[in-house]
Design a protein around this ligand. Structure first.
Ligand SMILES: NC(=O)c1ccc[n+]([C@@H]2O[C@H](COP(=O)([O-])OP(=O)(O)OC[C@H]3O[C@@H](n4cnc5c(N)ncnc54)[C@H](OP(=O)(O)O)[C@@H]3O)[C@@H](O)[C@H]2O)c1
Length: 189
C-alpha cells in the first residue's frame, strides 16, 4: 500500500521556507517549548523521511549530530554525497519510485521534509496527501518558496493550532485525483 506523504514545513507569512541564500535563522530562534512538543508528537507518528539534496546539504552544512535519529531517511540526489548517518539512504530515482519503495518496505507515514524543489515535484506528481504548515509571523520579502512548482488545487482544513510564539499551524488534506472516488453509477433497469 502507498504510504501517506506529509509535507510538514515552516513558512514565513509570505510563503517562503528559507532566505534566498537558504538560511532559516528567522524561525529557528523563535521556536518555543509548545511548538517543539508538537513537532516531537508529529515526529513520533512518522515512519520515514524523504528529502531533497538541497535540504540534506543544508543539514550537513549546519554540522553536529544528525537531527532525525531513529527513522530511515531517503535523500533524492544524483550526487555521491557523504552519509550523515546509517539511517540515511542516498538514491537517484523519481519521487514516485521512492514513495513506492517506502510503501513496499512497510512504511505508512512518510514525512516529506522538503525543500521547495522536491516538494513541488511531489505535489505536481499528486504524491502529497497532507500539508502541515507552521506559519511564522515574519515577512521575508524574498526567498525559497513553499513549492517551487505548483498547480491550482483546493485543500481541506483538518486541524489548526496557535503556538506561544505567534506561529500558527494549519493542517490540510490534499484531494489528489488518484485518491478521489469515481462517481457512483446508477444502473438503469
Ligand atoms: N522551512 C522549512 O521547514 C524547510 C524545510 C526543508 C528545507 N528548507 C530549506 O530549503 C532549502 C532547500 O530547498 P531546495 O528547494 O533548494 O532543494 P531541495 O528540494 O531540498 O533539493 C532539491 C534537489 O533534490 C534533488 N532531486 C532529486 N529528484 C528530484 C525531483 N524529482 N524534484 C526536485 N528535486 C529532486 C536534486 O538534486 P540533485 O541535483 O543532486 O539530483 C535537486 O536539486 C534549504 O535552504 C533548506 O534549509 C526549509
Amino acid at each position: 500500500m502507498s504510504p501517506s506523504l506529509i509535507y510538514h514545513v515552516t513558512s514565513s507569512l509570505d510563503g517562503y521556507i528559507a532566505r534566498p541564500d537558504g538560511h532559516i535563522d528567522w524561525f529557528a530562534s523563535l521556536r518555543q517549548a509548545d511548538e517543539e512538543y508538537s513537532f516531537q508528537y508529529f515526529y513520533s507518528g512518522i515512519d520515514a523521511l524523504l528529502m531533497g539534496r538541497g535540504t540534506y546539504e543544508a543539514l550537513l552544512k549546519r554540522g553536529g549530530a544528525w537531527p532525525y535519529p531513529g527513522k530511515p531517511c531517503v535523500v533524492l540526489t544524483r550526487l555521491p554525497l557523504p552519509r550523515a548517518s546509517d539511517e540515511v539512504q542516498l538514491t537517484h530515482c523519481t519521487p514516485a519510485q521512492a514513495v513506492a519503495a517506502l510503501g513496499e518496505a512497510g512504511f505508512q507515514r512518510v514525512w516529506l521534509v522538503g525543500g521547495s524543489l522536491l516538494a513541488g515535484s511531489c505535489y505536481t506528481a499528486g504524491l502529497i496527501d497532507e500539508v502541515v504548515i507552521n506559519l511564522v509571523p515574519h515577512l521575508l520579502g524574498a526567498g525559497i518558496p513553499l513549492l517551487a512548482t505548483g498547480m491550482e488545487r483546493s485543500l481541506t482544513l483538518s486541524d489548526q493550532r496557535r503556538f506561544n510564539s505567534g506561529t500558527l499551524q494549519v493542517h490540510y488534506k490534499v484531494q489528489n485525483p488518484a485518491s478521489q472516488q469515481p462517481p457512483s453509477r446508477i444502473n438503469a433497469a
